[in-house]
Structure formats: structure tokens, C-alpha cells
Design a protein around this ligand. Structure first.
Ligand code: KIV
Ligand code: ZN
Length: 505
């Protein structure tokens, strides 16, 4: 079986640092619940001192997770950060404080402006301070990939002696070649006193597209914890993708002397959820979870796969939960079939949310002969979030064309059943529709991201709009909408985000 490799998921912390990926506490909770189904060992819930939102989500994730996984919170090597992290983890059953500082010349000289000796003192102080608050402390040596071997070994040894139970060696800038990173881990394994009593973790970024290779070389040379994110989200070019490292260990476990406890069948579902929630879509050719990962296009390949899938598939789609989107649901599918499908996709809806999704499904199935899993998933994402909306879309009519001035006539219904109508022109049909919404819901905000994607194939495919707005207080709200008409899906997405904003006012 080999060595157990602890999978440390940092989608909710480093992943959320991806530009445009910020998530609110409810969204993070949804992802945390799915990470538990995936059976990750450690969930990095956030960086509590960085914002009240991060603090709140860490508290709630710790409560949700219970003893099913370790919950960790990030801090700099600063007493206040560590105190706030401990406070956020107060109700965690298995709390871990993750603290550390930069160790490369670039970080010591330019960022921290301290000597190596001062860095060791700060690191030791931080670990001891954290150990006074929790039993499980992880030290990170930021930018270890560009530090000197000798200094890295000294700071690791000092923090182990101070009480750290995990030593995290990040290639923060993704600078190393895989063999070089592996040699760095090997050096530490051979030169750091006490390292045999702690867990050695690797945390690799993807700046040269080698994050997964770096992490695997770390494992080959002694690391037994890999830090990673779903879909490889993370700062800049992202982190090691969880799905890639897990499947590589599955396929090459023997030579790596390693295994993980991840439930691989949950990988596709987790990837989709994270893409939906973060609004960062997965490139089609992404390993393991891209939409093309199991599609064969050329005649030669198709011929091979028909004769035997092993000719071109090293992983079966079923093993990662990528069952092809069969056309199962139609207008004649009853509630039981739709409920079963939703459950199979991993969603748990209360009765009110289910009825909202089912009504939207019937409306869609009347217009579209073939309802795919992805269509239903888009409806679940949109309608299960909007049942308690302050405003619902009753109707929208847009006239547009050349040389017409695009004009939208919109009717929203509030909770009391009162109708609000606005008729507004704009520079384009979507601009007109959004301005009409703004005339009715007057809440200060700016639209910061907006995209429309076709969910499935064919001319009648659903268009899914995803957007983010920023409120006057700086909070970010996401909205999603799916419909055969992109003006309707965009308006629904906008309304979805604004409903969340007004519910916070
Ligand atoms: O990339 C990095 O070094 C980090 C640390 C905070 C662990 O994210
Ligand atoms: Zn990182």
C-alpha cells in the first residue's frame, strides 16, 4: 500500500486568492461539504485575520467539518494573526494553525527586511505562540524553493524543536525544476534533526506549469502531505491541482510508495461545483476534469477506443465520476426522476428549493427536447439559491437591432407580490436590461465580472450567465442564470446577485 499521503486542500484559502475567485461564507460552506465527500484529510478554511468574512467562514467550516477532517487557518508569524486564527478555530474538533514566513533571500531582504537569524527567532516565537493555543501547528517556509538549502534546514530544525508537527516546504513561485525540488526535500530529510517525527508537506505553484510534477517529486523524496486545490486554483498561475496529483498517485502509487484516501469518483462533481461557485471555468483540455479529458476526436483514436478503451484512456471516466451526460430527462420525466438525478449530482435541496428547480426544469424541458445533466445542474445552481429572493423576474421584453436603440421593459415582483415595472434604453440589450433592474432595485454596486457560456451542445443549448458585483461596502456577490435566451439568463444572474446584496442590507 505504501505511505499514506495526506491531502491538504487549500481551495478555500490559496484557491480563493485567484483573481476573481472570491467566495462568500455560504459558498465556501458548500465547497467544504463537497470536500468532505471527496474525503480530503485537511481543509484550509481561510486566513481569518484578513477579513471578517474569512473569519466567519472559518468558524462555520470548523463547525460543519466536526471531526471528519483537520481544519486549518493561515496566519503570518505575527501574534495577532495567530490569536485570531485560534479564535476562529475555537470550535474545531481537530484545529491546526498554519503559520510561517518567507525564507528566500528575495523575501528576507526585500519583503521582510530581516536577517536569517531574525527570521529563525520570529518563526520559533510564532510556532511556540501557536502551540500555546492548539496542539497541532504547521510551519510554512514561504518561497522555500528559492532559499539556500542550509538556511532552510536550520529554520525547519528550529521550528520542529519549537513544537511544529508539520513542516510545509512551498515552491511559492513555482521556480524549481521537479528534480531540483525533489533534491531539496531529500536534503531536508537527510539533514534536519527531528524531521522523522513530523510530517513534511509540499505546496507548489504552477508558474512554469509544473506544480503537479513538483509535488510528486516532493512525495518521491519523502513528503507525505500535498497541498493542492480543486481545478488548480490559486495565486497567479495557481497551485498543484488536487485531481491531478491524486490520479497520478493512484496510477503510480507503487513506484512512489504512496496512496491517498481520496474518493476519486467525486472529483468531477467537486470540480464542477468549484467552477460554478468561483466563476472560474475549467479549460476543456484540463487533465482529469476538463470537458475534453475523455473525448476522442480523430478517426484513428475513435477506432482504437471502440476496439478497447485502454488504447487511449489511462483512466476510465467512471473512476473520476465523469459519466457522460446521457439524455435522460425530458418533459415527461416526473418529480421522482428529477429528484433522483439531483441527488445523484450531490445536491441536497429542501422542498421549496426542489419545487423551484422542478418548475424551472419543466419550463426548460417544454422548450428544449433534450435536458442534459449540465442543464439541470445550472438550474439547481440558480434556482436553489433564489427561492427566498426579495425580487423575482416576472417578465422581460427587449427590442434591439440595427439601427434601433436597445430598450428593455422589465417587470419584477417583490415578496409582497407587488409588481415593479421599468422601461429603459441602453447601449446594448443586456445593458438596457441591467439598467432596468437598477431602476427598480436601487442598491449601490458595480459589475466587476460577466460571462456567458453555452452549457451543452446544439443550437438550443442553455446559455449560462455568471457574474460578480461589488457592493459599496466592498463585499462581492456572485449571480448565475441559465436560460435558452441569453438576455433572460443574464437578467436572472444579475437579479440573483442583487438579491443576495439586498438581503445583506
Ligand atoms: O505559496 C505559499 O507559499 C503559500 C504559503 C502561505 C503556504 O501559500
Ligand atoms: Zn501558495
Amino acid at each position: 500500500m505504501g505511505r499514506k499521503i495526506w491531502i491538504f486542500d487549500t481551495t478555500l484559502r490559496d484557491g480563493e486568492q485567484s483573481p476573481g475567485a472570491s467566495m462568500n461564507a455560504d459558498e465556501k460552506l458548500k465547497i467544504a461539504a463537497q470536500l468532505l465527500r471527496l474525503n480530503v484529510d485537511i481543509i484550509e478554511a481561510g486566513f481569518p485575520v484578513s477579513s471578517p468574512g474569512d473569519f466567519e467562514s472559518t468558524v462555520r467550516i470548523a463547525e460543519l467539518v466536526g471531526d471528519k477532517a483537520v481544519v486549518t487557518a493561515l496566519s503570518r508569524a505575527v501574534d495577532r494573526d495567530i490569536d485570531v486564527a485560534a479564535e476562529a478555530l475555537a470550535n474545531a474538533k481537530r484545529p491546526r494553525i498554519h503559520t510561517g514566513l518567507g525564507v528566500s533571500p528575495q523575501h528576507l531582504v526585500h519583503k521582510l527586511r530581516i536577517s536569517e537569524e531574525e527570521a529563525i527567532d520570529l518563526a520559533v516565537h510564532a510556532v511556540k505562540h501557536a502551540r500555546n493555543l492548539v496542539d497541532d501547528v504547521q510551519f510554512y517556509a514561504e518561497d522555500a524553493g528559492r532559499s539556500s538549502y542550509e538556511f532552510l534546514a536550520r529554520i525547519c530544525e528550529a521550528t520542529i524543536a519549537a513544537g511544529a508537527s508539520t513542516i510545509n516546504i512551498p515552491d511559492t513561485t513555482g521556480f524549481n525544476m521537479p528534480d531540483e525540488f525533489g533534491a531539496r526535500i531529500k536534503y531536508l530529510m537527510e539533514h534536519v534533526a527531528g524531521i522523522e517525527n513530523v510530517t513534511v508537506a509540499v505546496h507548489c505553484h504552477n508558474d512554469l506549469g509544473m506544480a503537479t510534477a513538483l509535488a510528486l517529486e516532493g512525495v518521491r523524496n519523502g513528503a507525505t502531505q500535498v497541498e493542492c486545490t480543486i481545478n488548480g486554483l490559486g495565486e497567479r498561475a495557481g497551485n498543484t491541482a488536487l485531481e491531478e496529483v491524486v490520479m497520478a498517485i493512484k496510477l503510480h502509487g507503487e513506484e512512489l510508495d504512496a496512496y491517498t484516501d481520496i474518493v476519486a469518483k467525486e472529483l468531477t462533481r467537486t470540480s464542477k461545483l468549484v467552477a460554478n461557485v468561483s466563476g472560474i471555468y475549467v479549460q476543456p483540455n484540463k487533465a482529469i476534469v476538463g470537458s475534453n479529458a475523455f473525448r476522442h476526436s480523430s478517426g484513428i483514436h475513435q477506432d482504437g477506443v471502440i476496439k478497447d478503451p485502454s488504447t487511449y484512456e489511462i483512466i476510465t471516466p467512471e473512476s473520476v465520476g465523469a459519466t457522460d451526460s446521457a439524455i435522460l430527462l425530458t418533459a415527461r420525466s416526473g418529480k421522482a426522476a428529477v429528484a433522483h438525478k439531483i441527488e445523484e449530482m450531490g445536491y441536497t435541496l429542501d422542498e421549496e428549493a426542489f419545487n423551484a428547480v422542478f418548475n424551472a426544469f419543466i419550463e426548460l424541458a417544454d422548450k428544449k427536447k433534450e435536458v442534459y445533466d449540465e442543464d439541470l445542474e445550472a438550474l439547481v445552481e440558480e434556482f436553489s439559491r433564489s427561492v427566498d429572493s426579495a425580487y423575482k423576474l416576472k417578465s422581460i421584453q427587449v427590442s434591439t437591432g440595427y439601427p434601433l436603440t436597445p430598450t428593455a421593459t422589465l417587470c419584477l415582483v417583490d415578496r409582497e407580490g407587488e409588481e415593479h415595472i421599468a422601461c429603459v434604453y441602453g447601449t446594448g440589450p443586456i445593458d438596457a436590461a441591467f439598467k432596468a433592474v437598477n431602476e427598480i432595485i436601487q442598491a449601490e454596486h458595480e459589475l466587476i465580472e460577466f460571462s456567458i457560456n453555452s452549457i451543452t451542445r446544439g443550437i438550443d443549448a442553455l446559455g449560462e450567465a455568471a457574474l460578480k458585483i461589488r457592493s459599496a461596502s466592498g463585499k462581492i456577490y456572485t449571480g448565475r442564470g441559465a436560460d435558452g435566451d441569453i438576455i433572460v439568463s443574464s437578467t436572472r444572474a444579475y437579479l440573483n446577485a442583487l438579491n443576495h446584496l439586498v438581503s445583506d442590507l
